[in-house]
Design a protein around this ligand. Sequence first.
Ligand code: PEP
Ligand code: MG
Length: 325
Amino acid sequence: RQQRYRSLRDVASRTRDGLSIGLQVNAGLLVDLPQLVESGAGGIGLFRTELQFMVASTMPRAGDQERLYRAVLDSAGERPVTFRTLDVGGDKLLPYLAHGAEENPALGYRAMRLALDRPGLLRTQLRALLKAASGGRLRIMFPMITDVAELKAARGFLQRELEHLDRFGYPRPVDVKVGAMLEVPSLIFQLDPLMQDLDFVSIGSNDLFQFFFAVDRGNANVATRYDDLSAPFLRALRTVVRAGERHKVPVSLCGEMAGRPLSAMALIGLGFRDISMAPPSIGPVKSMLLALDAGALADELRAFLDDPQQAGSARPLLRDFAERH
Ligand code: PEP
Ligand code: MG
């Protein structure tokens, strides 16, 4: 099977009925980079910058950050890389940063909440990203955005760092795209103003699922209790995809469900045209989509989700569809 997946590497990722689907990889360290080329992925859809911070025993310096980002961009070449700014706190603690005890860390002082209150770290990181991409292209994404004001505040810091580059004579990147991770349900109810203020959205389905069903993603007793292919969750995802279509804002998804072939199939049926996953999933997901009649699936899934009485899981429907095709 590995052999077969390898042979798919240079095959275009297109469904049987001709839809092009972007398959990207999630990465976070230099050792991940060879897998970008080996997997045949179109780019890095999620670069988790906190990993450099988590494996270090002291805070990585600005120069270290810039060097890593430049190495990532160099090795990606023409392929796009989406850098997520530091997503720490919650389950990702840094030993050299005082986090303070929290009753509910997942709901606590983490990611952008921390970054916006103590912007020194964020500003250093944004500056390192901008310098690394000087003269090139840059995609930046902010994690755990909960309301539009946070995105505006983050953009304000980015703007200041762009001006800093000008002042010190560094060429700006030729293009900077700004996105938000959608992983807190509140964003689903402010999609219009959100989409007017950014270039792309990436759904972090791991956290979105956790907050949607109120299940701790790390607690085995509850984590598998609810289904990410259930009607309510798929409807939530569909709402985001439709808002993206209305605003012509690309919507991608980079949680673990993108790497499971049946879930990836559901995502394409919902209208996703770009998903990002762990590198070993690229082969199995591509193999699925080469055989997929996305139009037929979209019709069946729409009928299921449009039925207001439907509260169950689409998993049986999806399995049955996969068997019939
Ligand atoms: C997510 O929440 O789905 C996500 C991709 O981010 P992380 O798993 O790093 O929290
Ligand atoms: Mg997340």
